[in-house]
Design a binder for this molecule. Structure first.
Ligand SMILES: C[S@@+](CC[C@H](N)C(=O)[O-])C[C@H]1O[C@@H](n2cnc3c(N)ncnc32)[C@H](O)[C@@H]1O
Length: 251
């Protein structure tokens, strides 16, 4: 099964401790106030942060490759008055109707790009989709996360109605990390019967200097790199232990 197909049905349960409120505060500090402000979520998944931004009154676009993830997102706002415009699109070929004030991509959506050429290409699309002086905020998984946490470890996650086994295989030479996900989902909910699915995913580790170089190649400037959402500057010391790199760059 393709990435984010079977997983879509239990993504929110497994991602329960996501720091969306913290991301929201960060983005709000960069977004001009007012109804004309536009924002784009790249790799929005099941849409939580995009929905929060739409509720704040911003015109919000949210794209993702996975129709299953977007279907879960759209269900959350079926009856809502304020909602994001969800779009099924590959970020590598993304297009927006008109340039936006801010673009963000969170929870390692960009680690699904396969190589440096795709990274530069996508950054260029993002640059072209921003208004003058627009901001680009995103995160990527760190070297520590791939080499020390994912490695070749297997994680088991369990919650009401779902059981997930997540095997990892990180290759430090190619920088590819393959995930093998066995998902058991109670279907229908409460029935006591579980449907088994299997999907694979591949992420790529992008070293810090590569990311900065690719951002500059795409035209970005004032590139800030941080170790957390409080914007602690990334140093040689905290890089050894941080899970993600957080980037903020200007058009
Ligand atoms: C780890 S999830 C993060 C989702 C969301 N940003 C969140 O905060 O929960 C990664 C998302 O990236 C999406 N994705 C992966 N490759 C993509 C691509 N080439 N274009 C658009 N979306 C992509 C996946 O479908 C998935 O929904």
């Amino acid at each position: 099964m393709s990435a984010y197909s079977a997983l879509a049905a239990c993504y929110d349960i497994m991602n329960g401790d996501a720091a969306y409120e913290q991301y929201l505060s960060l983005l709000l500090s960069y977004l001009p106030k007012g109804n004309n402000t536009t924002v784009l979520d790249v790799g929005c998944g099941t849409g939580d942060l995009a929905i929060m931004l739409a509720n704040c009154g911003f015109k919000t676009f949210a794209l993702d490759l996975s129709l299953d993830m977007l279907t879960v997102a759209a269900k959350k706002v079926e009856k809502a008055k304020k909602k994001p415009f969800f779009i099924q699109q590959d970020m590598r070929e993304m297009k927006v109707p008109s340039p936006v004030n801010l673009i963000y991509s969170i929870y390692d959506s960009m680690n699904y790009l396969n190589n440096n050429a795709e990274l530069v290409h996508t950054f260029t699309r993002i640059y072209d989709s921003l208004q003058e002086k627009g901001k680009f905020v995103f995160d990527l998984n760190s070297r520590h996360r791939y080499e020390d946490v994912y490695k070749d470890n297997t994680f088991i996650m369990e919650d009401v109605g779902v059981f997930l086994s997540w095997e990892n295989n990180y290759n430090p030479k190619t920088h590819y990390c393959d995930f093998y996900l066995h998902i058991f989902l109670e279907t229908p909910s409460g029935s006591g019967q579980y449907r088994r699915s299997f999907e694979t995913q591949r992420q790529r580790y992008f070293p810090l200097q590569t990311v900065k170089k690719c951002l500059k190649q795409a035209g970005f400037q004032n590139i800030g790199v941080y170790a957390d959402l409080e914007l602690t500057p990334l140093t040689k010391e905290n890089e050894l232990f941080c899970d993600k790199y957080y980037f903020i760059a200007d058009k």
